[in-house]
Design a protein around this ligand. Structure first.
Ligand SMILES: Cc1ncc(COP(=O)(O)O)c(C=O)c1O
Ligand SMILES: N[C@@H](CCCC[NH3+])C(=O)O
Length: 433
């Protein structure tokens, strides 16, 4: 089993993160609890920021905040010098509340509402990523009404079939995201941008999917984009000044996954782009990438208290935890695989096979299928690893279960970043009779 970042086993045989005993964290803050290893988040930011660099190329790393967003993480991302990708009014609002500089915010979405577009324009976001022709038309009207100009990228779809779960592929030809580079409309759309006095097209954005390990998919997408840029330069006389290649870098969740060599991948990507563009006699645009998962996934751990176990007549042994698909829907959605440890029994022998199930009224409420662990008892603490991405951000109140608290740990100190929900929070918007 691979431990990430600052994870360790302490002198009394307990699991620790950021030099904080996980059992103490569970007792102090309650469970379920999302624990974020601040040092690992910062190191991941540095890994991307420090390696997406090449002399003579202007580059920018943008954190895709959908993976995990709250005020605390915005502050860390800002301090580490990354920009921020938001995809809704709510994400934008959170970033602004954290005093994230609006000029470093990229606003995405395949169906931004009028209100969201107005919010983005008025807030002065750095770029809006225009998804399609209708959105361009709407944006022009809104900018005219608000008497504002806006810099944008057009989301295009290079048609790369990335090898990942079909629910998280985003760039197939029938994807709901962006306009296909093969579409007959594409030149017409670019001409429309060129005629606009309000909406200033800086370049293109593409994103081929998430949890991709196949480095060649990233390279192919970049090369297809370069050819597309050349074609557009020839046919529309449009010079691409910015190219955003999206995120999607794969993360190791379990032994089934590889560990991507981010440094090598980024260096190869930049070199390929530089050579490709120079060979075509074009000038190199500013290059951006948008990692989300790879910044936060391994830095997150979810702590649960174990409620008990059950041996079924059919032969399965369940371990019940005090959370479930409400704090981690990824197993139910994508058949995601996780590893876990019993935080208060790190040096115990592994002798049982458990299926870790949550407390929801749903048979699919499973977090881990068949994991080998020490024999557990009620009130032991289970730590599920690599839950930093798309867990907190996709959590729900199904069965009116309260969303867990989030704490950040670093150098033996823990600090609350998001409070645990209360029953009062649950009925806050209910109209009381
Ligand atoms: C446009 C865009 N950018 C960036 C990301 C981040 O992807 P990941 O978390 O896989 O790095 C996503 C999510 O897939 C996305 O849709
Ligand atoms: N939410 C997905 C990934 C979607 C990425 C955003 N486009 C996951 O947990 O893996």
């Amino acid at each position: 089993m691979k431990l990430f970042g600052t994870m360790n086993i302490n002198d009394i045989g307990n699991f620790e993160i950021g030099n904080c005993d996980a059992v103490d964290l569970a007792n102090e803050y309650g469970t379920p609890l999302y624990v974020m290893d601040e040092e690992l988040v910062r190191n991941n930011c540095k890994l991307f920021n420090g390696n997406f660099l090449m002399e003579g190329i202007d580059t920018e790393v943008i954190y895709a905040s959908k993976a995990f967003l709250n005020v605390a993480i915005c502050k860390i991302i800002k301090e580490e010098g990354l920009s921020l990708d938001v995809v809704s009014g709510g994400e934008l609002y959170t970033a602004l509340k954290a005093n994230f500089p609006p000029s470093k915010i990229y606003m995405h979405g395949n169906n931004k509402t009028e209100d969201e577009l107005i919010f983005a324009i008025k807030s002065g976001v750095g770029r809006i990523i225009v998804d399609n022709r209708q959105e361009l038309e709407l944006l022009e009207i809104l900018c005219e009404e608000l008497d504002k100009n806006i810099d944008v990228l057009l989301r295009v779809n290079p048609g790369i079939e990335a090898h990942t779960h079909k629910y998280i592929q985003t760039s197939k030809n029938d994807s709901k995201f962006g306009e296909s580079i093969f579409s007959e409309d594409i030149q017409f759309i670019i001409n429309k941008f060129q005629m606009s006095n309000r909406v200033n097209l800086k370049g293109f954005h593409c994103h081929i999917g998430s949890q991709i390990f196949e480095e060649n998919s990233f390279y192919s997408s970049a090369l297809v984009m370069i050819e597309f840029m050349k074609e557009i330069e020839n046919k529309c006389n449009f010079i691409t000044k910015e190219l955003n290649l999206g995120g999607g870098f794969g993360v190791r969740y379990s032994e089934e996954d590889d560990q991507m060599d981010i440094k090598r991948c980024l260096n190869t990507l930049l070199r390929l782009i530089k050579d490709g563009i120079e060979n075509m006699n074009m000038s190199i645009p500013k290059l951006m990438i948008e990692p989300g998962r790879s910044i936060v996934a391994n830095a997150g751990t979810t702590l649960y208290k174990i409620g008990g176990t059950k041996q079924t007549y059919g032969g399965k042994q369940y371990m019940f935890v005090d959370g479930g698909m409400t704090d981690n829907p990824r197993t139910a959605l994508y058949d995601a695989k996780y590893e876990a440890v019993v935080a208060n029994k790190m040096n115990f022998e592994y002798e049982e096979i458990y299926t870790v199930a949550g407390k929801c009224c749903e048979s699919g409420d499973i977090i881990i299928k068949d994991i080998e662990l020490p024999k557990v008892e009620r009130n032991d603490v289970l730590a599920v690893l690599s839950t930093g991405a798309y867990n907190y951000s996709m959590s729900s109140n199904y069965n009116r279960i309260l969303k867990p608290a989030v704490v950040f740990v670093k150098d033996g100190e823990s600090r609350l970043a998001v409070k645990r929900e209360t029953y009062e929070d649950l009925i806050r918007n209910d109209i009381l009779l």
